[in-house]
Design a protein around this ligand. Structure first.
Ligand code: PEP
Length: 248
């Protein structure tokens, strides 16, 4: 089956609310493409202005995090119902920066994935290996373990809807992109792992993105690979180049 492509920008901790609205205006005409789902995953404080700025366009709003409870005494956190009410459709879960700087474990991320589904949000689940794991050829086992742990207890119907982003840590923000063959190898391993856990039909529906220094120059080659259905874009999502990636 043909999977619709999905290009998501991860703005990380960039853009004040007024800068966010300006960026949406700059990108507006550049990201029009009916064959692609376009998502801006923005800082929490930018969600409301961005949702307003992209109203009546093809762009959907994503968040970069959520908490596992719906409300209560969790100072500083943001809940799934809050995101939904603000117009959010997607949420990044398990980005390597959150795993590394905020100590998020697979067990905790699995709870976040479940919470996202419960609220009707589509998780963009990130996985990826360090340079050390790649160099000692342990990356395939690592990716399989991450996928199995993060999907524990998720139904086939839920898995079909989710997006998985393969983001080798050594390629994030470094300007060092995985080659298209390296990215394809791991994206296929992710799909094969899902086929083992569920079945082939389920695996064929899951959309898998590559992320890690994707830009206007390398996007077309990466996106030409059979198991790469889109991209999660950091640095280049803050520039007009993002439009070129959407249309690559
Ligand atoms: C990311 O952090 O999700 C990412 C892919 O970043 P960059 O494109 O800047 O490498």
């Amino acid at each position: 089956m043909a999977r619709k492509r999905i290009i998501a920008g991860n703005w990380k901790m960039n853009m004040t609310p007024s800068q966010a609205a300006e960026l949406c205006a700059t990108l507006k005409d550049l990201v029009v493409n009916d064959n692609v789902d376009v998502v801006y995953c923005v800082p929490a404080i930018d969600i409301v202005p961005v949702a307003q700025a992209v109203k009546d366009t093809n762009v959907q709003v994503g968040a970069q995090n959520l908490y596992i409870e719906d409300k209560g005494a969790y100072t500083g956190e943001i809940s799934a119902p809050m995101l939904v009410d603000a117009g959010v459709k997607y949420v990044i879960i398990g980005h390597s920066e959150r795993r590394e700087y905020f100590g998020e474990t697979d067990e905790f991320l699995n709870k976040k994935v479940k919470k996202a589904f419960e609220a009707g949000l589509t998780p963009i689940l990130c996985c990826g290996e360090s340079l050390e794991l790649r160099e000692r050829n342990a990356y395939i086992d690592w990716i399989r373990l991450q996928i199995r742990a993060d999907l524990d207890g998720i139904t086939a119907d839920q898995v079909k809807k989710r997006v998985i982003a393969y983001e080798p840590i050594w390629a994030i923000g470094t300007g060092k992109t995985a080659t298209a063959d390296q990215a394809q190898e791991v994206c296929k391993i992710i799909r094969d792992t899902i086929a083992e856990m569920y079945d082939d039909a389920t695996a064929q529906e899951v959309r898998i993105q590559y992320g890690g220094s994707m830009n206007a120059g390398n996007a077309a080659e990466l996106l030409s690979k059979p198991d790469i259905d889109g991209g999660l874009i950091g640095g280049a999502s803050l520039k007009p180049d993002f439009g070129q990636i959407v249309n690559a």
